[in-house]
Design a protein around this ligand. Structure first.
Ligand code: ARG
Length: 639
């Protein structure tokens, strides 16, 4: 451990630190750290590293490296702010007789924060995707000669594996599923039987319940819900809660403050089989308008979305508009099949697997209408395959077909063929070696070839984004910050109006930036329940409903503005109504009554000028078959 004498939030390198610069309380931090230290000291021997001025994150010793069997492997921090911690900790270990071995490749590595031993067995769980690279896990597996299981982190709030995953003795794990991608979750579920797994919910996870130090039968943590404590008790663990709120301001808690010096059982017994790393890599090359078409970004996104990591080995930019750029990219994936999936997509974008001028691999069809298992599936783009050392242009190019090669002719012929047209003996291109594509337009991720390839459905992604924004809004509000919403008419079209209105009313929004689109739709909805003539409750077009839009605009114009229309009681709900009600000038008069309170109505009605009021009342109570939009008519007749 390292005392927090110089601990504070001095920069932002994770989402927790945002807005917290200078907000830590040194005295409280020291107390909290002391308490953690005392709890651990009752159960284990502790050694201390000297803190250093100017290295405020140094108390998070878990990130400085990894210890295994007397060897210290120093970290390679992603952010420069933390890099100077490494030589200090490295000398500390050197002076105490540890063997110091650095990771060979250039990838980042954030120590035990992203490398957790399964207690008692030679198995390391490796987090990657935010701070640590996949290459580091491959290197660790070789260096330590043990199995490393890479797990990909997909939520920046859980940027280190130890923020969302905690291995326990007896082959057990506590973890937060939403922090991982689909394949990693599958891996955890395959490797750990259900009764050994404890999945925590967002409340536990966001209070760093997984970030625990496990000593003997104690689970030492900042927080654990009753449900989690009960589960742990069932497993024979006692939860020891040590509040570490000051450290959460920097994105760390109990586990982050500790680097474990011994891992009994983590060495592979000589008799046990070797488990070579499943991490694989390949070099690809791509040439073309990589920058102006955004192809380079699409390519890199495709690698990370496929669960891989990359290193750009070389990049030669085309300096004039008629010059192509050239990139050499090392693609690293957690397992051979995942590398294949990523490479297939890259080849479809026009990349070529480098270091490799091999012929396309051909396999014969053994049942008519059925292709060999890993056949290359075609795209719409011009394609060539390499046969007998020569590149042959594929004829009859189309999507969703296979390439059949006829090598008996000279030159050999290659053509696209539908699955159902395959006959026994046809030789089909398999894999991606010896295939090259010349895309004319490469769809960005999400377009055509990206469709349905994502890990999560779009609904799920929206849900995650909403969850993340809600988390940030609460944090901003808790520290007295201000929130600005920039909204467009889609907020209303999609039924979000009442929700945004409620956020304004509950003072989660301090400023609204919008064009006349949002305003007109919001007011139309407040008056008539439609948005550009579509009934928002029933999702149908109401006859002549588009007129409502213009009536709404006209009503505002007639009042002299939105503010006046609200003050006269013509607009009685909606986003702009709430925004006006919440405006500083209004609040001074204490006008914060609930929207539909009748107590407010008389005073507002008194303000009403000559312009007729469009009562929202009848719309709410009208039977479904009645004309749901009587107001415009009434408005005109009232004139
Ligand atoms: N502020 C530190 C960082 O972002 C916190 C490190 C927390 N450590 C941990 N093992 N999760 O690097």
């Amino acid at each position: 451990m390292c005392p927090p004498r110089f601990y504070r939030v001095a920069y932002v390198i994770n989402p927790w630190m945002e807005g917290n610069i200078g907000r830590t309380d040194g005295a409280v931090a020291t107390q909290q750290w002391e308490r953690l230290r005392a709890e651990l000291a009752r159960r284990a021997a502790i050694e201390y590293a000297e803190p250093a001025e100017g290295l405020p994150d140094m108390p998070f010793t878990a990130n400085a490296g990894l210890v295994h069997d007397g060897t210290f492997i120093p970290a390679r921090f992603r952010f420069p702010q933390r890099q100077p911690e490494v030589p200090r900790l490295t000398s500390w270990f050197g002076e105490r007789g540890y063997r110091v071995v650095s990771l060979p490749s250039g990838g980042t590595f954030e120590g035990e924060g992203d490398a957790l031993f399964q207690p008692g067995v030679p198995l390391l769980w490796g987090g990657y995707g935010v701070r640590t690279s996949l290459q580091a896990h491959r290197d660790l597996s070789e260096l330590l000669d043990i199995e490393v299981i890479p797990l990909r982190l997909v939520d920046e709030r859980f940027y280190h594996l130890d923020t969302c995953f905690c291995p326990l003795p007896g082959g057990r794990v506590v973890y937060y599923p939403d922090a991982f991608d689909h394949d990693s979750l599958e891996t955890i579920r395959v490797r750990v039987p259900a009764e050994q797994r404890c999945e925590v919910d967002a409340t536990d996870a966001l209070h760093f319940a997984c970030n625990a130090v496990v000593v003997g039968d104690a689970y030492v943590t900042n927080f654990a819900s009753p449900a989690l404590q009960e589960r742990l008790a069932g497993w024979g663990f006692q939860t020891v809660v040590c509040p570490l709120t000051e450290f959460i301001l920097a994105g760390g808690a109990a586990k982050c403050l500790v680097l474990q010096l011994t891992h009994p059982g983590a060495r592979r017994p000589a008799a046990a089989p070797r488990r070579p790393s499943a991490v694989r890599e390949r070099m690809v090359e791509i040439q073309g308008d990589l920058l102006d078409t955004g192809l380079m970004n699409t390519l890199l996104d495709c690698i990370t979305e496929g669960g891989g990591s990359f290193e750009i080995e070389a990049f030669q930019a085309g300096l004039r508009h008629d010059q192509a750029s050239l990139a050499r990219v090392r693609v690293v994936a957690p397992a051979p099949e995942r590398l294949e999936t990523i490479l297939t997509r890259l080849v479809q974008m026009g990349a070529r697997v480098a270091e490799e001028d091999r012929d396309a691999r051909l396999e014969a069809v053994t049942r008519s209408g059925v292709a060999p298992r890993d056949f290359y599936s075609t795209t719409i783009y011009p394609t060539e395959v390499r046969v007998g050392g020569r590149w042959v242009r594929v004829t009859g190019q189309r999507m969703d077909a296979v390439v059949v090669v006829d090598g008996r002719t000279d030159p050999p012929r290659a053509s696209c063929r539908l699955l159902r047209a395959l006959t026994v003996g046809d030789r089909v291109v398999c894999g991606i070696e010896g295939v090259r594509i010349h895309p004319t337009h490469v769809p960005a991720a999400g377009e055509t070839f990206g469709f349905m390839t994502a890990d999560t459905s779009s609904e799920r992604r929206v849900e995650l984004a909403v969850d993340r924004i809600a988390w940030e809004m609460r944090r901003v509000r808790d520290r007295g910050g201000k929130i600005v919403v920039v909204g467009g008419p889609v907020v209303i079209h999609t039924g979000g109006g009442p929700h945004l209105a409620r956020l304004v009313r509950r003072s989660y929004v301090q400023a609204l930036l919008a064009g006349n689109g949002l305003a007109a739709h919001d007011i139309e909805q407040a008056l008539f329940g439609t948005s550009l003539g579509v009934d928002l409750k029933r999702g149908i077009n109401v006859q002549g409903g588009h007129r409502n839009h213009l009536y709404a605009i006209n009503l505002v114009r007639g009042s002299g503005g939105i503010r006046q229309a609200v003050e006269r009681g013509l607009i009685r709900e909606g986003i702009l109504y709430e925004a006006r009600r919440a405006a500083p000038g209004r609040r001074a008069r204490g006008a914060r009554a609930p929207v539909h309170s009748s107590s407010r109505a008389p005073r507002w009605r008194a303000l009403r000028g000559s312009f007729p009021r469009a009562s929202p009342g009848p719309r709410r109570t009208a039977p479904p078959d009645a004309n749901p939009f009587p107001q415009p008519a009434r408005m005109t007749s009232a004139r």
